[in-house]
Unconditional design. Structure first.
Ligand SMILES: Nc1nc2c(ncn2[C@@H]2O[C@H](COP(=O)(O)OP(=O)(O)OP(=O)(O)O)[C@@H](O)[C@H]2O)c(=O)[nH]1
Ligand SMILES: C[S@@+](CC[C@H](N)C(=O)[O-])C[C@H]1O[C@@H](n2cnc3c(N)ncnc32)[C@H](O)[C@@H]1O
Ligand code: SF4
Ligand code: SF4
Length: 353
């Protein structure tokens, strides 16, 4: 039964058994990269419709019964944690629209080997729920905010621009509650928000924010256009026109971002250069999506269901075999900027970043 599930998923199954593998080996790929960071998408739904993420015409969502239940999520995360994952990032869609999210965070907190329970959110509900999230065990927070202008916020998110105020209030609350730093993600796009660079940098003068600029990436039906993408080196040159002392600073290990700062500012600035200078060599991430598929690389289209074997009664060891195969199938790098737009992938909203 288990084998049937695997074949249906078109995954190449080598019959390596995890029985004799050491704890470290199972989540280590053929290039020696250890995967200690699991991104877990809790939902495919969202209260925004960001143009670079959600296809204009929407996207087909999975039936409720095809989504992982809370117990299934916790069982899988516990298994990953047993084999070396110590950082979980809750994402979506928008994770905060998920019913029971607080109970999920609490269950993750009970997995004692997890050091980081992080969330990436659009920030709309933080003023309402962040205190509860923190109490439940959330200890790292990334908020996505692409503009400081109401009109532009409305255009990018295809929603009411006034919602911007709620996100800004959420970021301030996160700072007050001691999240440090609060990482703010911003997809930088020519003709949309590139002219706000100076304002974004100013946000880091008195706030312990890491404002991180992400190069616009191609996903299914997101109208990616190389001309709209701002290469990170161009963003640095632009910032240096106003802040000539802008300088590199220390990166966290396995970080997606190259960190910089303006001397004297308490926050800092990061560049997530997925398109023009990948950081695949230090990749430590796997992705569990809301429908229970495991994706070893953001840009690799092969996925394997963990939900189906789980529901068919697979043992931990059988699940580990599947996970280990997925990790071993991970490519060294993504396919490069020229090829990525032509490659099939999910819309980003169904992956979770
Ligand atoms: N190419 C690539 N981009 C990634 C990967 N992980 C995150 N990103 C990009 O970085 C953006 C921000 O991701 P976040 O959800 O804030 O997570 P993170 O960058 O891992 O955050 P930290 O754990 O705080 O460093 C995502 O939307 C992606 O655009 C990855 O593994 N590969
Ligand atoms: C898919 S969202 C899910 C979490 C949450 N809804 C949020 O917006 O933070 C995760 C991250 O993916 C980023 N993202 C989405 N589409 C992208 C694209 N085409 N290129 C680069 N980053 C993208 C968003 O900016 C966000 O920071
Ligand atoms: S980036 Fe986040 S907030 Fe925006 S549409 Fe995608 S999932 Fe929703
Ligand atoms: S593109 Fe794939 S291999 Fe490269 S950093 Fe992202 S997830 Fe890792």
């Amino acid at each position: 039964m288990l084998l049937r599930t695997i074949c249906k998923n078109k995954w190449s199954v080598k019959s390596i058994s995890t029985k004799n593998s050491s704890l470290d080996e199972i989540l280590t790929d053929t290039f020696g990269r250890k995967h200690n960071y699991l991104r877990v998408s809790l939902t495919e739904r969202c209260n925004l419709r960001c143009e670079y993420c959600m296809p204009l015409k929407g996207t087909k969502l999975s039936e409720q019964s095809k989504l992982l239940s809370n117990n299934e999520i916790v069982r899988l995360v516990s298994l990953f944690a047993k084999y070396g994952v110590d950082k979980i990032r809750i994402t979506g869609g928008e994770p905060t629209v998920k019913k029971d999210i607080i109970q999920i965070v609490e269950s993750l907190r009970d997995i004692k080997t997890l050091k980081t329970i992080a969330m990436t959110t659009n920030g709309l509900t933080l003023t309402k729920y962040l205190v509860d999230f923190q109490r439940a065990g959330l200890n790292a927070l990334n908020v996505s905010l692409d503009t400081l202008q109401q009109n532009t916020y409305g255009k990018i998110t295809r929603r009411n621009g006034q919602l911007l105020k709620r996100v800004l209030a959420g970021i301030d609350l996160a700072l007050q509650l001691g999240f440090s730093p609060v990482k703010v993600n911003c997809v930088l796009m020519r003709g949309i928000n590139f002219d706000e660079l100076r304002d974004f940098v100013e946000m880091t003068r008195h706030r312990t924010i890491s404002y991180r600029f992400i190069e616009f990436m191609p996903f299914s039906m997101n109208d990616w256009d190389e001309k709209r993408m701002v290469p990170y080196k161009e963003a640095i040159r632009e910032i240096m026109k106003s802040y000539p002392n802008f300088e590199p600073c220390n990166n966290e290990p396995n970080s997606t971002s190259k960190m910089y700062r303006v001397p004297g500012f308490v926050g800092n600035i990061g560049f997530i250069s997925s398109m023009t200078e990948d950081y695949c060599d230090s990749c430590n991430r796997l992705r569990l999506m809301a429908d229970g598929n495991l994706k070893a690389c953001l840009f690799q289209n092969n996925e394997i269901s963990l939900r189906d074997p789980l529901r068919e009664g697979a043992s931990d060891e059988e699940l580990l075999d599947i996970i280990s195969n997925a990790v071993n199938d991970k490519k060294r790098k993504h396919a490069g900027m020229k090829n990525l737009p032509r490659m099939p992938n999910r819309p980003m909203i169904l992956i979770g970043g």
